[in-house]
Design a protein around this ligand. Structure first.
Ligand SMILES: N[C@@H](CCC(=O)N[C@@H](CS)C(=O)NCC(=O)O)C(=O)O
Length: 309
């Protein structure tokens, strides 16, 4: 499918969740536009587009803004169905792996990375991530927990290794898919930050070979624009999301209702707007911003709360 607006990814290089999306650009050979954002707040040109959602990455297509990799991936699969991220026709379980890779596995790798980096973590980064978590970013506690984190990391990697045990190249079988993208994020993250990943993976030969295959996927074709140019694109565009109601919504929500949407784990900034479209896996809300104009912001449902405004 062609789109009149570029596929813009707001991201930063060190971001593992952004790496998921960059790898999907590679798998699907998508042409995309890169907007490099600051690793820490403030992000003055991005907040008018998201309405305050502050996690990374964010995808922008004109005046439609996609928050969270679950939502971004769903939209990319819809727009670029070939090659599919579900080559084994296991869409449900492949999507659900995010609840493993993005939560318990990721919390493990974050604690491992920052525990081992310890005094190299800049103070402004710590202060920013304390705001994000609403809790102390306790590098000393992470350092003390390194032995436990190594055990956890090993157990998670063993699951990858077990999946590859029959000699398959990819976690789902003969073709790369969402299982691979989700799990790889954590290995990529440790590889990017810690010099001793090879040591940690020494017993996992199949995982090491799979990591090499994943790295070779690349990031598709990209060009770069500034944060302000992306905001201009959003301000000039009109959102293209069609109204969609959900007759099975358990709370009777419908297009036109005013709501607030907020992550249930961290970065709990409420984004308010009027429902445009909703389903069991997706909610899109319309907002107006003095700089961005009219935008529609999209969120996943799993891991997000929808509150009446
Ligand atoms: N569930 C989110 C998690 C995203 C996330 O935690 N991203 C990290 C960076 S990799 C983040 O937002 N860090 C704080 C920030 O960038 O403001 C997703 O799938 O996109």
């Amino acid at each position: 499918m062609t789109t009149t607006h570029p596929i813009i990814l707001h991201h930063f290089k060190e971001s593992p969740f952004s790496e998921k999306v960059r790898v999907i650009f590679g798998l699907k050979n998508i042409e995309w536009t890169s907007v490099l954002i600051s690793r820490i707040m403030p992000r003055p040109d991005l907040m008018p587009l998201t309405g305050g959602y502050r996690r990374t990455p964010v995808m922008q297509i004109g005046a439609d803004i996609y928050c969270d990799t679950q939502c971004i991936i769903r939209e990319l699969e819809r727009r670029f169905p070939e090659p599919t991220l579900f080559p084994d026709d296991e869409k449900g379980i492949a999507s659900a792996t995010a609840m493993w890779t993005d939560r318990s596995f990721f919390q493990n790798t974050v604690n491992l990375v920052f525990g081992l980096l310890a005094d190299k973590v800049p103070q402004d980064f710590i202060a920013d991530r304390e705001k994000l978590r609403g809790a102390k970013f306790d590098v000393a506690a992470m350092t003390a927990a390194i032995p436990q984190m190594r055990d956890q990391f090993r157990a998670h990697v063993q699951w990858i290794e077990d999946q590859l045990r029959d000699g398959r190249e990819w976690l789902g079988g003969n073709k790369a898919g969402l299982y691979d993208v989700n799990a790889y994020m954590n290995i990529w993250y440790v590889r990017a930050h810690l010099p001793n990943l090879d040591e940690m993976l020494a017993e996992f030969g199949r995982t090491r070979a799979w990591e090499t295959r994943m790295r070779a996927v690349g990031h598709g074709r990209s060009s770069e624009i500034s944060t302000s140019a992306a905001l201009d694109i959003g301000a000039r565009a009109t959102p293209l999301t069609a109204e969609l109601s959900d007759p099975h919504d358990p709370n009777g929500r419908k297009p036109g209702d005013r709501v607030e949407v907020v992550p249930d784990d961290y970065g709990k900034v409420k984004v308010s707007g009027e429902i445009v479209a909703l389903s069991s896996q997706h909610i899109a809300i319309r907002r107006h911003d003095p700089r961005a104009g009219e935008v529609v912001v999209h969120f996943p449902r799993a891991g997000f709360h929808v509150l009446s405004a």
